[in-house]
Write a protein that binds this ligand. Structure first.
Ligand code: SF4
Length: 311
């Protein structure tokens, strides 16, 4: 599978060209809401999981096609800061492109000075923090046994105080797991002291790793957002839209492009249609082709149909 994917529409980053630095699914956590499914390789080991040269060549190739890209984003099949070369890849990308670079991280390694320095050249870092006490942390994030909330919060605070770029902190609220009044207030007190530009409240919009990871209602999300204060915003589900971002000559590869999108995360018909700039009735034909071939399956989550890879 290619390590560079998209550009795909992103709720926060416009058209995002994704870079996947780790094999599926390598992470320090095993979040119950993870849209990628359960973590199969839970580790704190930093190493060059994917060779860097190939990634840079892929990025250059896609950028040369002149596609519209708002952000080059490190995200994908797990935790990107586990790749020991991320501190070299970001500056190299900055040398070949003026497009801002974002890193989506779970923030669990930010207490390490080397990881902090590795992210220095990024324009935007979006760490996540879903729990501020051990019980809730274990319940929602199912971390590697060496992690704890104290070191993660300290690492975040230390990094945010020094990082020259922007930091938007994401909080994923899961019904019955971390959304009690008491826990929200504790989180708001701690996060309120962190020097971050924005707090972004989110809730699972796509099929999660565990069926019990349920979304909170938008009414509750708005109410909880007020507790976090003025720099807090709610992340909406991606609004369907129609914009063509692939040139016609790539239409012949549409079936492969669909499979690639579906393999990365659960996607709706509208997501695929938007990403590939093709009408939904055409996309449906290809989805049926892959579904009947046993490569993908569909799953209903919160009344909406999603397509994802078959295990
Ligand atoms: S949501 Fe992010 S941090 Fe949590 S398990 Fe999935 S990839 Fe890892």
């Amino acid at each position: 599978m290619n390590q560079v994917f998209g550009p795909v529409p992103s709720r926060r980053l416009g058209f995002s060209l994704g870079i996947d630095l780790v094999p599926f699914k390598t992470c320090t956590l095993d979040c119950v809401y993870c849209q990628l499914g359960r973590t199969t390789h839970k580790t704190l080991q930093r190493q060059e999981y994917i060779p860097m040269g190939g990634i840079l060549r892929e990025v250059e190739k896609i950028l040369n096609k002149g596609k519209r890209v708002s952000y080059i984003t490190f995200s994908g099949s797990g935790e990107p800061t586990l790749h020991s070369g991320i501190g070299k890849i970001i500056p190299r990308i900055k040398r070949i492109s003026s497009i801002p670079v974002a890193v989506l991280t779970n923030g669990t390694l930010l207490d390490q000075r080397q990881v902090q320095e590795d992210l220095w050249a990024a324009d935007l870092v979006i760490p996540s923090l879903d729990a501020v006490d051990e019980k809730t942390f274990q319940r929602i994030n199912r971390p590697h046994s060496s992690l704890n909330t104290k070191m993660i919060i300290q690492g975040l605070d230390d990094f945010a105080g020094k990082f020259p770029g922007k930091i938007w902190l994401e909080v994923m609220l899961v019904r019955g797991l971390n959304d009690s009044k008491e826990h929200i207030q504790k989180m708001a007190d701690i996060i309120g002291r962190l020097p971050v530009e924005k707090v972004q409240l989110n809730t699972p919009h796509r099929p999660p790793a565990e069926d019990f990871a349920r979304a909170v209602s938008s009414k509750d999300l708005r109410r909880q957002g007020r507790i976090f204060g003025g720099n807090c915003e709610i992340i909406p589900d991606l609004a369907p839209a129609r914009e063509k971002i692939l040139p016609d000559e790539e239409a012949k590869n549409i079936a492969e492009a669909i499979l690639s999108l579906v393999t990365r995360r659960p996607v709706s018909l509208d997501d695929i249609s938007l990403a590939l700039g093709r009408p939904t009735n055409e996309i449906l034909k290809y989805l049926e082709f892959w579904r009947s071939g046993g490569r993908i399956k569909s799953r209903v989550y919160q009344g909406k149909n999603y397509y994802q890879k078959k295990d």
